[in-house]
Ligand binder design. Structure first.
Ligand SMILES: O=C(O)CCC(=O)C(=O)O
Ligand SMILES: [Fe+2]
Length: 295
């Protein structure tokens, strides 16, 4: 693993419910909220007996990129009901591990964690034929077109569960602020009535804020810019099997370049839960534009 560059912070713990000193929490929160990826190379997800059978792309219904688990329902999977129930239990166990880990590392987040989807990704990261906008092999920050979040944070916990020794390979790009300085000038301003129209047509769940509009513009702007993809500052990061990593994916420029079989938990957090809200994308963009971007 190429740890050492400034955007990775190593954490050598081997438990999903570690005990952490308050001073350590402060330092880790500073790194994470500043846009680092926290890498936990000793934190593997333990399979229970029989669960290894799910390390096969045949469980995917092939339409969806991922198998997802949200509010007790499994989506994107195919198989006998007993198998799908077992798969659901495995994914739910990872969801619990991920939330416990975040609560243990960052006690201030604990009461605010909004658990969103959990995914199991049985397909190779490379080789999917998708439009440029959905192509996660291009550097991007996460922004969801149909789910406005008005500045709320997207925290993600990933774990490589590959049984054959294959790394998950990412590119990690430049800091959010540097990326935004480069790409924000090209993002068009939101049109009058645009947010209201999208909400009325149910394209969005609720109203898109200017923050959401700019984040989608940065996501699309980065992915569409081949020169930016090739030439912006970036590093390859390899996550070996048995490694867990955590990042704010609305802030860290990332691209998936290889690997197969990963678990992922998405957690939403309000700005008020953060140790340093001033480092968050909405505050960075508000300083750059000179105005409030969400009510
Ligand atoms: O599949 C991966 O490794 C990461 C893909 C990605 O961009 C994401 O989950 O936000
Ligand atoms: Fe992403």
């Amino acid at each position: 693993m190429s740890v050492g560059k400034s955007s990775l912070t190593l954490l050598e713990i081997a438990s999903w419910h570690p005990t952490i000193a308050a001073s350590r929490t402060e330092a880790l929160a500073h790194a994470l909220e500043g846009g680092d990826v926290l890498v936990l190379p000793k934190l593997a997800f333990a399979f229970e007996q029989g669960e290894e059978r799910f390390l096969d792309a045949k469980w995917s219904d092939a339409r969806a990129k991922n198998i997802s688990f949200d509010a007790g329902k499994i989506k994107g999977a195919k198989g006998a009901p007993e198998d799908l129930a077992d798969l659901g239990r495995m994914i739910a166990r990872f969801a619990n591990c991920a939330s416990e880990l975040i609560a243990a590392l960052f006690p201030r987040y604990a009461p605010h964690q909004k658990r969103a989807q959990t995914s199991f990704r049985p397909h190779p990261a490379l080789g999917r034929d998708v439009s440029w906008r959905k192509d996660d092999t291009r550097l991007h920050v996460d922004a969801f077109p149909s789910r406005p979040n008005r500045g709320e944070r997207i925290l993600r916990v990933f774990c490589n569960v590959n049984p054959r020794g294959e790394d998950r390979v990412w590119r990690v790009g430049e800091r959010f602020e540097a990326m935004a300085e480069h790409l924000l000038p090209r993002v068009r301003t939101m049109r009058r009535f645009e947010a209201a129209t999208l909400a009325a047509l149910r394209v969005t769940k609720g109203r898109r804020s200017e923050y959401d509009h700019l984040m989608l513009g940065l996501h699309d702007g980065a992915k569409a810019d081949i020169d930016y993809q090739r030439n912006s500052a970036q590093q390859e990061v390899r996550f070996a099997p048995g490694t867990t990593w955590i990042c704010y994916s609305d802030q860290v420029m990332h691209a998936a370049m290889g690997g197969q079989f990963m678990l992922e938990q998405t957690i939403y957090l309000p700005l008020s839960a953060l140790y340093q809200p001033d480092l968050s994308p909405i505050r960075v963009l508000e300083r750059m534009t000179g105005r409030r971007l969400a009510a």
